[in-house]
Design a protein around this ligand. Structure first.
Ligand SMILES: O=C(O)[C@H](O)[C@@H](O)[C@H](O)[C@H](O)COP(=O)(O)O
Length: 232
């Protein structure tokens, strides 16, 4: 398992350092290409990081932001990751970023996945920055143990795409970017906090079964060496 570990004394120190790191990566992409792409995860962990990043001096109108995954609910639903990002990241200067949601009110979630695959950034080439979280079951993105499309999601012979996922631990049906769309990001971060998740990470690094702990695919097979940002 190859990864780079960054440990911080507090969550707020981590948030500031990760915001600086991501801001530098996005600004470098803008300087090189004229634009930048960022995919972020939802859940509860990233809030302080989002708040810190929202205040960084980046040429935000040139940044395309999307989600690593989304619960299949409208953006006014409290479970929506779009709502989370709109509340904590897309404000202040960052409100000028170009946000592309995964959820759309199509007839079926499969239709929504097809539509999203045609318009979200990162479908024709690597993201500049991907921020992943991890659940205590070892899932990341919506790559959940027992997921109905988990094998395909982790299959690097399949194209970059948005796909559907249903799993016992996922709650709502999910839309998720495929591993092929995430694993070659310029900067690939796993952001986790707390003692429990550190021990989950240690369990993940002690084994190889990706179906049991899908985070192992990122730790073992990503083209980009993942950088783990952890605070107690
Ligand atoms: O939609 C989601 O829930 C996320 O994208 C998911 O993959 C998240 O990163 C982990 O579940 C960790 O969530 P917490 O930060 O809430 O522990």
């Amino acid at each position: 398992m190859a990864y780079q570990m960054h440990s911080f004394e507090t969550a707020s120190l981590l948030a500031a350092a990760l915001a600086d790191r991501v801001a530098a990566a996005l600004s470098a992409a803008i300087a090189a290409r004229g634009d930048a792409t960022l995919a972020v995860s939802g859940g509860s962990t990233p809030k302080a990081f989002f708040e810190a990043l929202s205040s960084r001096a980046i040429d935000w109108p040139k940044v395309k932001v999307t989600l690593v995954d989304e619960r299949f609910v409208p953006e006014d639903n409290p479970r929506s990751n779009h709502l989370l990002v709109k509340t904590h990241l897309l404000k202040g200067a960052a409100a000028m970023a170009q946000f592309v949601p995964l959820y759309r009110p199509e007839a079926t979630i499969e239709d929504a996945a097809i539509t999203a695959s045609g318009i979200v950034p990162g479908m024709t080439g690597p993201f500049d920055v991907v921020i992943l979280g991890m659940g205590t079951d070892g899932h990341t993105a919506s790559f959940f143990p027992g997921g109905d499309h988990l094998t395909a999601a982790l299959d690097l012979t399949l194209p970059r795409r948005v796909m559907t996922m249903e799993a016992p631990g996922a709650g709502e049906a999910r839309l998720t970017l495929s591993f092929s769309a995430l694993q070659d990001a310029g900067l690939l971060v796993i952001h986790i906090e707390g003692a429990e998740k550190k021990s989950v990470l240690e369990k993940a690094t002690a084994g190889t079964d990706e179906a049991e702990m899908p985070i192992r695919a990122v730790l073992e097979r990503a083209a980009t060496t993942p950088e783990i940002y952890w605070a107690p």
